[in-house]
Design a protein around this ligand. Structure first.
Ligand SMILES: *Cc1c(COP(=O)(O)O)cnc(C)c1O
Length: 430
């Protein structure tokens, strides 16, 4: 496989775009090699500018559950484009998409659309702080909620639960209200509640974490989290930007029983167009401007083309709920095949699946939190990634990302990927 054109394209991009990419993970930094530049998508495949074709397990990092160029989404978008790209005034499609979401999620009575997951989370945190009139909130190490200032935190020094900035450019003043807890560890959450002086406005969590690899929360842990929030009058925010419409039609909320207060959505909700959303009970949403005093806005929020894409996609998913069983069966088969390939050469691997989401670590112990995840052999993953790419399998270029199955990822494609994994691991251990 030759990557000549991509190599040239990357050098050219590097001259004018920092790192040659518009989002850091795309640069292949953690796996080495040159990112391939994409020419087009074809259903479950990607085609790069050198003409190489890959089975796509990244799917634009989640949104494309129907694959590339789905006929229904495509025609809805084209129809919307012909009417105008944006008006900055209400359109019927926004109400239609909002109605779909409200009908689907018991936890959402009203929803507001924004243009990214980052914006959805940033706004949800502001809403929670404004509603509870408290500044502090708790997040979990290893969960990703977008790149807003107060969410770019890492563990501070010593035993402190208060976060310090994880990026230059984020003032410590903006992260001092973010308390960091350990995923699946309720004692660490209790400690945060104890250490907060002004009180905790909210706890934000990916109920099925997908940004430290695929690491689902234990149901009992979520139940205890819910109880702690109730006890302290804090709001529980489920960030389902990734798991929404992926782990099941209703994300975590379709498979687990713990009820959040606020829910954030993104990715699949826009089917590849920039869309995010956050919603909750009417009583809380009433605090948001213009109904209430908490400010939130967006020139392109509820963009008609993006809404049309999301609506077509959600309607299709909702009217074919049986697809989730097929997606999960295929994801399980893929992980079973990867595990067999690893066993055959004596390489340790742990795997997990939630609906159309799959994850694997080169590790011999179960992964329950970010520290566990860090123990994976990411060097081996980097080599494995390169080998798989050469064999026409496009995996996420980091061992801390989740993989995705789309409705057009066939059984044959799964078997092809398993075969590629077997050969790759044999080559790497020979
Ligand atoms: C991707 C993601 C975000 C951020 O969404 P963007 O659209 O990239 O801003 C937030 N939360 C979770 C759980 C995500 O997976």
């Amino acid at each position: 496989m030759s990557y000549n054109k991509s190599e040239v394209a990357f050098k050219e991009a590097y001259e004018v775009i920092p790192g040659g990419v518009d989002s850091p993970v795309r640069a292949f930094s953690s796996v080495g090699g040159t990112p391939v530049f994409i020419e087009r998508g074809e259903g479950g495949y990607l085609v790069d500018i050198d003409g190489n074709k890959y089975i796509d397990f990244v799917q634009s990092w989640g949104p494309l559950i129907l694959g590339h160029c789905d006929a229904d989404v495509e025609s809805a978008v084209i129809e919307a484009v012909k009417k105008g790209l944006s008006f900055g005034a209400p359109t019927l499609t926004e109400t239609d998409l909002a109605t779909e979401i409200v009908d689907m999620f018991d936890s959402i009575e009203k929803v507001r659309f924004v243009s990214s997951g980052t914006e959805a989370v940033m706004s949800a945190i502001r809403l929670a702080r404004g509603y509870t009139k408290r500044d502090d909130f708790i997040k979990f190490t290893g969960c990703y909620h977008g790149h807003a200032d107060s969410l770019l935190v890492q563990a501070g020094s010593g035993m402190a639960t208060f976060g310090s900035p994880s990026s230059p450019g984020v003032p410590a003043d903006l992260t001092k209200h973010t308390l960091l807890a350990t995923y699946n560890d309720i004692e660490s959450v209790k400690k945060c509640f104890e250490q907060s002086e002004g009180g905790i406005s909210s706890v934000i969590i990916e109920p099925i974490a997908g940004n430290m690899g695929l690491v689902p929360a234990d149901e009992e842990f979520l139940e205890e989290l819910r109880a702690l929030c109730d006890e302290h009058g804090a709001l529980l925010i489920f960030d389902e930007v990734m798991s929404g419409f992926r782990a099941s039609l209703k994300g975590y909320q379709g498979v687990g029983s713990v009820k959040p207060d606020i829910v954030t959505l993104g990715k699949v909700i826009g089917a590849g167009m920039p869309v995010g959303a956050f919603g909750t009970r009417k009583e809380i949403m009433a605090e948001l401007s213009p109904e209430g005093p908490i400010y939130q806005a967006g020139t392109l929020s509820g963009n008609p083309v993006a809404m049309a894409a999301g609506l077509a996609s959600l309607k299709k998913l909702k009217s074919n709920p049986e697809i989730y069983a097929t997606l999960e069966r295929r994801a399980k088969r893929l992980m079973e095949g990867f595990k067999e390939a690893a066993d055959a050469v004596g390489v340790p691997m742990v795997t997990d699946v939630r609906g159309s989401m799959f994850g694997f670590f080169f590790s011999d112990k179960p992964v329950k939190n970010f520290d566990d995840a860090l123990e994976n052999d990411s060097e081996l993953f980097g080599k494995f990634h390169g080998k798989m790419l050469e064999k026409g399998v496009y995996l996420a270029c980091s061992s801390y990302e989740t993989g995705f199955i789309s409705t057009v990822t066939t059984d044959e494609m799964i078997e092809e990927a398993i075969l590629a994994a077997k050969t790759s691991l044999q080559e790497l251990t020979a």
